[in-house]
Design a protein around this ligand. Structure first.
Ligand code: SAM
Length: 647
């Protein structure tokens, strides 16, 4: 027999009162800074027969913390991205990025380098199911607070807070997390860029409202439903088996019409040579039994020459007088079959004709014998994509979550909340992501989006690039992920990309970019004093003789310089030795960076020979003060286009 336990606390009467009012007036319950609350203006209105004076009504979505969310988006970050060569694959040559850290800070850091450069963003944020962790930003955080924190990683885990439905700020906290991230993400989209957001029923209504604000209601492209699971019997009412993909364009004016309705699996041939080398196509028979010869097909019965010098023509009773390529005759009855193309089309597009020997055929040769030659035309995938005006249905049926489970199982990667990479691939094709476009996913989880991009590239030898951002969220100690040795989700994402890339390479042999550069969010490379000169004491000056933190490498400094200068992190980086010093050369002569000591006039002269567009040194890297002035002068004289900066 169970005995009821005393909870030894007096009841929370305020909460009880709110609950009682909520039963009578559910519309008057709201969220305040301190949790669940009553909207007294509305309650007064409910109790009054006339319109009560009060705050001005407006059409908008508000929540406690919205203003802070705007401030959060606008505050600059003092953080930086540090390269992690050991975790990367083909660091020097790849153009793909995997970035570890809170996506808010990362999006801020990408603002200059990727402003207006991203064609497609796909995100799958926490749906706020009541069991999700939601990241809490601290908008008032300053550098001093940071100094006291025990380290970046612990900070991440402290900030990830479970957000149960019963919490008084359930919706507000989620909205405050999403709002600044969407604002920053929008800046990165190209004019014809598109963002797809997967979202469940818990927040779809709120997300629509804030996304309308951030992207503009006119730029709402639509909401697609996606079957997420096979029919199940879960729940007491509707068995949940679909979610939504909210879709916004950066600008409706430039948004390209969506593309839908092609079976990519049909395009199995690859052009081996010529101007369309590497392109996929399918072969479609030139002879189709279903064509009615008597319906305007006068020019469609002619001989085609085969590689062995024989000629083929569709079966029939009349044949051209001459036996030569293109010799033509008009069909006299329904029995005189015809080709799909007119004689003129045949002459114009002969380069798209393929005559292949096949096992059997109902064509006849010039002697009336059944031949083993068949004639095909090439249909290039890209032409179909370019011309297609068919649009996709806004109900997505083929990309359910079970597909993701199978896909990850095949790679032996444990992760429970993935979307299938085929969904991201489908969305990329839908919004016509082109061969050299950038795809960004800043809630990347197991990196399904990276998998999708590599797969797409393998199909058409494209050079689309991905940027994945993911918090190094600790895996649960009891989870399969943890037991398999993955301490955090970034470890899972990176390993997934490595394995998926290996599999695709083995299966297709495609010559594409399978690598990725890993960067990790960290405190700035500069001593804090660099940002707050007014705060340091005369006695500390020696400590700060060099403004770079002692644990930072030249690689670290280069990443920060590239971001500050608005150069994409994916640019090619080479290391050279010039006059005995280590120099980074970025994207040919876009940037030369040297963080060594002893920079002098002789070194400047050598660098000037390459006419770099930008040059950067450490402020403390010059041989002496005179050298600093002279180097600047020399570069100005010898390489006037060069912009020189110091850190
Ligand atoms: C639903 S999962 C995404 C799953 C992903 N679409 C896939 O297919 O694997 C959401 C991810 O967002 C991550 N996340 C949550 N808050 C974040 C933040 N502030 N910065 C970066 N990632 C975050 C979580 O760690 C989680 O892995």
């Amino acid at each position: 027999m169970s005995v009821e336990k005393l909870d030894m606390q007096s009841p929370d009467l305020v909460n009880q009162n709110i609950e009682m009012l909520a039963e009578l007036f559910p519309n008057c319950v709201t969220e305040s800074e301190n949790g669940k609350a009553i909207d007294f203006d509305l309650l007064r209105q409910e109790l009054n027969g006339a319109v009560v004076e009060g705050t001005k009504e407006r059409y908008r979505l508000e929540w406690p913390g919205k203003k802070e969310a705007i401030v959060t988006a606008n505050l600059p970050t003092t953080k930086t991205l540090r390269p992690v060569r050991d975790d990367s694959v083909d660091f020097d040559n790849t153009e793909n990025l995997y970035i570890e850290g809170d996506n808010l800070e990362v999006l801020k850091l990408l603002q200059e380098s990727y402003l207006g450069k991203v064609k497609m963003i796909y995100i799958d944020p926490p749906y706020n199911t009541g069991k999700d962790f939601v990241y809490k930003d601290n908008f008032s955080k300053n550098t001093q607070d940071e100094l006291f924190e025990s380290g970046q990683k612990d900070e991440y885990n402290q900030r990830l807070v479970v957000n149960p439905e019963t919490a008084g700020r359930y919706h507000s906290d989620w909205l405050s997390m999403m709002y600044p991230r969407l604002k920053l993400a929008r800046n990165l989209l190209k004019d014809d860029g598109v963002i797809f957001i997967s979202i469940g029923e818990q927040e779809v209504h709120n997300l629509k409202k804030i996304a309308d604000e951030v992207f503009g209601e006119v730029n709402f492209i639509g909401a697609a439903g996606r079957i997420s699971k096979k029919a199940n019997n879960q729940g007491d009412y509707w068995a949940p088996n679909f979610d939504n993909v909210l879709t916004y364009s950066k600008s409706r004016e430039f948004a390209v019409p969506f593309f839908g309705g092609i079976n990519y699996d049909n395009y199995t041939e690859v052009e081996a040579e010529g101007p369309r080398k590497g392109e996929k196509y399918q072969l479609v028979r030139l002879y189709m039994t279903s064509l009615d010869p008597m319906r305007g097909c006068n020019n469609q019965r002619y001989y085609i020459e085969c590689p062995d010098g024989s000629f083929v023509i569709p079966p029939g009773e009349v044949f051209p007088n001459e036996i030569k390529d293109g010799a033509n005759v008009s069909p006299k009855s329904g029995k005189d079959k015809v080709w799909r193309w007119s004689y003129n089309s045949y002459l114009e597009k002969k380069d798209q004709i393929v005559v292949k020997q096949v096992r059997s055929s109902n064509l006849v040769n010039e002697r009336g014998e059944k031949t083993f030659w068949n004639v095909y035309t090439k249909t290039y995938l890209q032409d179909v994509i370019d011309k297609s005006t068919a649009t996709p249905n806004n109900f997505i049926e083929d990309h359910i979550n079970q597909k993701a489970s199978h896909e990850l199982k095949a790679l032996d990667i444990p992760f429970d909340f993935a979307k299938p990479s085929s969904l991201v691939e489908f969305l990329a094709q839908t919004c016509r992501v082109e061969k050299d476009d950038i795809v960004l996913d800043f809630f990347s989880g197991s990196a399904s989006s990276a998998h999708a991009v590599i797969n797409l590239n393998s199909k058409d030898l494209g050079s689309r690039r991905f940027i994945m951002v993911q918090l190094p969220e600790d895996t649960d100690k009891n989870s399969d992920e943890f037991k398999a040795g993955y301490k955090n989700i970034c470890e899972i994402g990176k390993e997934r990309i490595r394995r998926a890339a290996k599999k695709i390479k083995e299966e297709t042999g495609a010559d594409i970019d399978y690598g990725f550069r890993v960067y990790r969010l960290d405190e700035s490379n500069m001593q804090d004093v660099y940002y707050k000169p007014q705060d340091y004491l005369q006695t500390n000056l020696d400590l700060f003789a060099d403004n770079v933190r002692p644990d930072r490498t030249a690689d670290d400094l280069l990443a920060q310089v590239m971001l500050d200068w608005g150069l994409p992190l994916s640019l090619k980086i080479e290391r050279l030795e010039i006059a005995g010093k280590d120099v980074f050369r970025v994207a040919e002569n876009s940037l030369y960076a040297c963080f060594d000591k002893g920079i002098d006039e002789a070194f400047a002269k050598e660098i000037a020979e390459d006419q770099p567009l930008r040059v950067v040194f450490r402020d403390s890297g010059f041989k002496d003060d005179t050298a600093k002035v002279n180097v600047k002068q020399l570069l100005k004289q010898l390489s006037p286009e060069t912009e020189m900066k110091v850190i």
